[in-house]
Design a protein around this ligand. Structure first.
Ligand code: 13P
Ligand code: SF4
Length: 305
């Protein structure tokens, strides 16, 4: 195994030589976040992919995130360092299943969370993120919505809009595993801390939280809040960024087990390999890409991210 600093130095040389921008999701390993040019949520990173004048995007995240970058920036080469970094929740809805569900509910509009495949996005009327789901659903000129694939985010939307929501039986294993008892024990250990929860968590966890935010919402709130202690109910990779940006504050995971294995497969070695070999390239066929882009563009018109 090469020395860590030597790997980082080589990554930096290749980034310059090949005009590469490295994007890392908030849930990535800390050392991968540290070598990235931008760290953020999935949609924010896809926007960076569009805006950055790079020839190559190295997307440190999972499959659907790199696909979104490829959908929005077809002229750039999009690479993912580990082809097996796949979101299990996104895999809980296939295009064929969505096609069948649309037949069953012809009067419903289809809203897909960005955590979905390009093929599912292509079958959707509009996409949403955890930050803008309520706003996007409210903007629709219909009373019924088929919400794909996260039933927890769907439940949160249902409680915050006047629309009838038809739920999909999908969920994020990492967030869904957090229980009310995890919130209770972390609150007992850190009584003065504010509790922030991601809407992919179960309702019982959200009901105990002081605030419900996407990962980007959490970073903004923790910087501006006067509180010094926070219990974070999302994937624990976010704690690295929160601690780095707020060295005077304390952050505690709601559960030590809130770790998404797919977000951890990418490490410094695989990033270097990816830069050297220019693999694994993520592409989306043109027909699916243009249809999926319509759903993403409609989201950008309807809501903030
Ligand atoms: P964001 O809140 O950053 O969009 O991420 C949620 C998530 O689970 C991504 O996999
Ligand atoms: Fe998918 Fe959940 Fe992992 Fe995000 S944290 S990539 S939603 S399984």
């Amino acid at each position: 195994m090469q020395d860590k600093q030597a790997i980082i130095d080589r990554i930096n040389v290749l980034k310059k030589e090949k005009n590469v921008v490295v994007l890392a999701h908030n849930y990535c390993r800390g050392d991968v976040q540290d070598i990235a040019d931008f760290v953020g949520d999935s949609l924010g990173l896809s926007r960076q992919a569009v805006e950055q004048p790079a020839d190559i995007i190295v997307f440190c995240g999972v499959d659907f995130m790199a696909q979104s970058a490829a959908i929005l920036s077809p002229e750039k080469k999009v690479l993912i360092p580990d082809m097996f970094a796949r979101c299990p929740m996104a895999a809980m809805a296939t295009a064929d299943e969505v096609r069948k569900a649309k037949k069953q509910h012809p009067d419903a509009m289809v809203v897909s969370y960005v955590n979905s495949s390009a093929e599912v996005k292509a079958k959707s009327d509009v996409c949403c993120t955890s930050a803008n789901a309520v706003e996007v659903v409210n903007s629709l000129d219909c009373s019924k919505v088929l919400f794909i694939p996260d039933k927890n985010l769907g439940d949160y939307v249902a409680r915050n809009t006047g629309k009838e929501i038809i739920f999909w039986d999908g969920y994020c294993p990492t967030h869904n595993h957090m229980l009310e008892s995890d919130v209770a024990s972390s609150k007992e250990a850190h009584a003065g801390a504010e509790i922030l929860a991601h809407p992919e968590c179960r309702r019982e966890v959200l009901e105990k939280a002081d605030h419900i935010f996407s990962t980007t919402g959490m970073t903004g709130h923790c910087s501006s809040s006067d509180s010094k202690e926070f219990i974070i109910a999302t994937e624990n990779g976010l704690l690295h960024r929160l601690r780095k940006e707020n060295p005077d504050k304390h952050f505690y995971p709601c559960s030590e087990y809130a770790i998404c294995p797919d977000m951890k497969t990418i490490d410094l070695e695989s990033v270097l390999d990816c830069l050297e070999k220019e693999e694994y390239e993520v592409t989306v066929g043109e027909k699916v890409r243009t249809q999926a882009k319509k759903a993403l563009d409609r989201m950008l018109e309807a809501g903030r991210s």
